[in-house]
Design a binder for this molecule. Structure first.
Ligand code: OOG
Ligand code: NI
Length: 434
């Protein structure tokens, strides 16, 4: 008998990333331009730099690489998100509190769902930055508004029972048979499409006056992917080419500056959300046409993952200014220097001729300041925030409880990857000494 084709979690993940990308490209044409320009830039870099261009990921990986961002309202919703991504081998990593990542804060806390081991990352590194509203934060929401918001969120269903059942089955069985896989992918993609239902105008505008992000999350009965980000090997070149095509990018590239030393962590830039037509239902019940800016485009370049010591230097440097001068005063200008000072993660590989090679570990996560910058660059309005009121305590443990799963610590994951490479290298050098 012929065995029905089976999709493993990584195949579901790769197929989902493609399916979302196709959907987003149809709905947001500027994203397609961004993809085209990214491919041009990457091809040019590989041509110019050869094998060196692939030290932080093969060109196949980088070409398919995307991250998305979604925003949800409640612990129930984020625990359902975790089941859907769990089916695809994506696990919650890291905790980000964007309520005070900078003066321009937004009322959410976040984590990122992504593959966590090396082979899985190499197969497809798709990751989704996932934010959750904090309706109990009094700096943003009064007790009355919190109550109405929680009631609204509690009454909606973002993910239907069939999608969740298939997700659980995929996780339990380590994948899905062909027919189920197709249904799962279709339902998961649909769950993140922008709804065409008329928006309750009074409710949306009331939340928007507090925070545009709160309105985006809690002002409508559905969710949507709000950007999908390709990876480029030269973000400065990409920025220039997008502007040359007449697409206005935000003022700056977020994260480290362009300088002559090693690229670390993450550099990102975006174009502002475009006004898209949306129907609104007025308090008198009339449906009127208006526009909302909720979906945008972003692009990123990834560098070397930093150790806690390296990250402390980064956090200190970034507030002094992301300039080449500050970077020269903060970081060694070679990879060997990062190693010598214990600032970056590197693995050790034994080649066939028995030589030991050091390879940089790529940064797989996000940066709270850049994330806040990306959120902020897309807000039409400052919103209103009362800094004298109390925030609500939130930390990684709380998030883990809401998600219903272990929240992995990014530093632990990088350190484990380095340790595993050292063990493998030691074994090969001892057992196979020819
Ligand atoms: C998420 C913003 C953060 C990034 O790349 O730092 C983010 C959002 O807008 O929901 O995606
Ligand atoms: Ni992003």
């Amino acid at each position: 008998t012929q065995q029905e084709e089976f999709s493993a979690p990584w195949q579901l993940r790769a197929a989902f990333a493609r399916s979302l990308s196709d959907m987003y490209g149809q709905e947001v044409p500027a994203y397609t331009t961004l993809l085209e320009v990214s491919h041009e830039v990457n091809a040019d870099v590989v041509r110019a730099r050869g094998a060196d261009a692939e030290r932080l990921g093969s060109i196949d990986r980088v070409t398919a690489e995307r991250h998305g961002a979604i925003r949800v309202g409640t612990p129930t919703e984020i625990s359902q998100v975790a089941r859907i991504f769990g089916a695809m081998g994506m696990h919650p990593v890291g905790f980000y509190d964007l309520r005070d990542a900078s003066s321009s804060s937004v009322p959410v806390i976040s984590t990122a769902f992504r593959p966590i081991d090396r082979t899985e990352l190499a197969r497809n590194p798709f990751r989704v930055f996932t934010s959750m509203l904090v309706p109990g934060d009094r700096r943003f929401f009064s007790a009355d508004l919190q109550q109405r918001l929680e009631r609204f969120l509690g009454a909606r269903t973002l993910f239907g029972p069939e999608l969740l059942t298939l997700a659980d089955r995929a996780e339990a069985d380590g994948g899905l048979a062909a027919g189920d896989a197709a249904t799962f992918l279709r339902l998961a993609t649909e769950a993140f499409e922008l709804s065409r239902e008329p928006v309750d105008q009074a409710w949306y505008r009331e939340l928007e006056a507090v925070s545009a992000v709160a309105a985006d999350i809690g002002g409508v009965p559905s969710t949507h992917i709000n950007h999908l980000t390709p990876r480029v090997l030269d973000i400065d070149d990409l920025y220039a080419r997008m502007e040359a095509r007449g697409i206005t990018m935000i003022d700056a590239i977020q994260g480290p500056p362009l300088w002559e030393g090693p690229d670390v962590l993450l550099r990102q830039t975006s174009f502002r959300a475009l006004a898209e037509p949306r129907a609104f239902r007025t308090p008198s019940g009339e449906v009127v046409q208006d526009a909302l800016r909720v979906r945008f485009g972003e692009v990123e370049a990834r560098g070397i993952a930093l150790t806690p010591a390296g990250r402390a230097r980064y956090d200190d440097a970034i507030v002094r200014g992301a300039t080449p001068e500050v970077w020269r005063a903060t970081f060694p200008d070679t990879e060997a220097g990062l190693v010598a000072h214990g600032l970056g993660y590197f693995t050790y590989e034994v080649s066939d001729d028995g030589a030991m090679r050091r390879e940089p570990v790529v940064y797989e996560d996000f940066l709270p300041r850049s994330a806040a910058g990306i959120f902020q660059s897309n807000l039409t309005d400052e919103g209103s925030k009362d800094a004298d009121q109390a925030g609500e305590e939130r930390d990684a443990d709380w998030m883990s409880g809401a998600v219903g799963r272990e929240l992995h610590d990014p530093f632990d994951l990088y350190a484990a990857q380095v340790a595993a490479s050292r063990d493998a290298a030691a074994t090969r050098l001892v057992v196979d000494p020819e």
